[in-house]
Design a binder for this molecule. Structure first.
Ligand code: PEP
Ligand code: MG
Length: 316
């Protein structure tokens, strides 16, 4: 018989030997907010604010944005809620941003680049709204930027965010150059969060939605784990948090490997939180580290998964 899956986190995320790993939710629709609360999420690791900007003819105003951010944050009092600034471009287009129509949009004005190169006022309006919500909520509201490639962009973003009163500022690591420069990024910001979906896409030069390239975009690819390790080590050296908010965190065995590579929190779709919490509670930090070592040294994703699973005492 198949074991019944837990529906809700039984307690805060921690390893068998008591190392705290907050288990947070990724939110890409407003409906997911209630799912996250019901699943016992310890906060929000990634609010994809595109949910407010897509499927409409005009940009949402500051007041509307602030009200939405506040309503979401207020569901998590005393908890971290990480709001990611707009990550539009690539596959996500809106009529009020015509400059995003580019021949190679995944390598174009995506994420922070849109603000940095052509529309800083769009980011300013969003930061003003997030700042207003932060001033009113009891959640620990944080802000982070997507698609950062170099430390200068992190510094530019952090200065702008702090000008709106935001105290905890981070950036996503989802471009290989950012992973390689993680130590320098962490001099500019308070935390980083690894986006494994784009980090894999850009590391393997393989479109993330292409089913035909799924073997390359496999989150168990040892080269991807190596990039993640660099970020984890930089975070440990700097004494700063390293989250993971890409889909890799949703695979329980891989979640343990990510902890072994230095992740200090994991964020995922609410539905998978209980499973990941369940597995983490059964393994020690040393086991996570040994699983990470075994996976990183593997020749391919299959071997990485098999070796890590063996170390973690899981079936293949
Ligand atoms: C990622 O790239 O892994 C990520 C979390 O961001 P998104 O999936 O929204 O691009
Ligand atoms: Mg991304």
């Amino acid at each position: 018989s198949t074991p019944r899956r837990p529906r809700r986190l039984v307690g805060p995320g921690r390893t068998a030997d008591g190392v705290r790993i907050p288990l947070l939710a990724n939110l890409d629709t407003l409906e997911e907010v209630e799912h996250a609360v019901a699943a016992g999420a310890e906060g929000v690791g990634l609010l994809r604010t595109e949910l407010l900007f897509l499927h409409r003819g005009t940009e949402p105003g500051v007041a509307e944005q602030a009200a939405t951010y506040l309503a979401i944050a207020d569901r998590f009092p005393g908890r971290p809620v990480v709001i990611r600034t707009l990550d539009i471009g690539a596959d996500k287009q809106v009529p009020y941003l015509p400059e995003l129509e580019e021949p190679n949009p995944a390598l174009g004005l995506r994420g922070l680049r849109l603000a940095r190169e052509v529309r800083p006022e769009l980011l300013d309006r969003q930061l003003e709204a997030i700042g207003r919500a932060a001033a009113r909520t009891e959640a620990d509201l944080r802000v982070m930027a997507p698609m950062v490639a170099v430390p200068e962009e992190a510094a530019w973003f952090a200065a702008r965010a702090r000008a709106y009163g935001l105290r905890t500022v981070g950036v996503m690591v989802e471009v290989p150059a950012a992973a390689l420069a993680a130590g320098r990024l962490l001099r500019e910001v308070d935390f980083v969060s690894i986006g494994t979906n784009d980090l894999a896409q850009y590391a393997f030069a393989a479109e993330r939605t292409s089913g035909r390239l799924a073997r390359l975009n496999d989150p168990w690819q040892p080269a991807l784990l190596e990039l993640i390790r660099l970020v984890g080590e930089a975070g440990t050296a700097a004494g700063r948090p390293v989250g993971v908010c890409g889909e890799a965190a949703a695979d329980p065995a891989l979640a343990a490997v990510l902890v072994g590579l230095g992740a200090t929190s994991l964020s995922m779709a609410p539905a998978v939180l209980p499973e990941v919490g369940d597995l983490l509670a059964r393994v020690t930090l040393d086991q996570c580290r040994a699983a990470a070592e075994a996976a990183r040294a593997a020749a391919d994703p299959q071997e990485a998964r098999a070796r890590a699973s063996a170390v973690l005492g899981l079936g293949p």
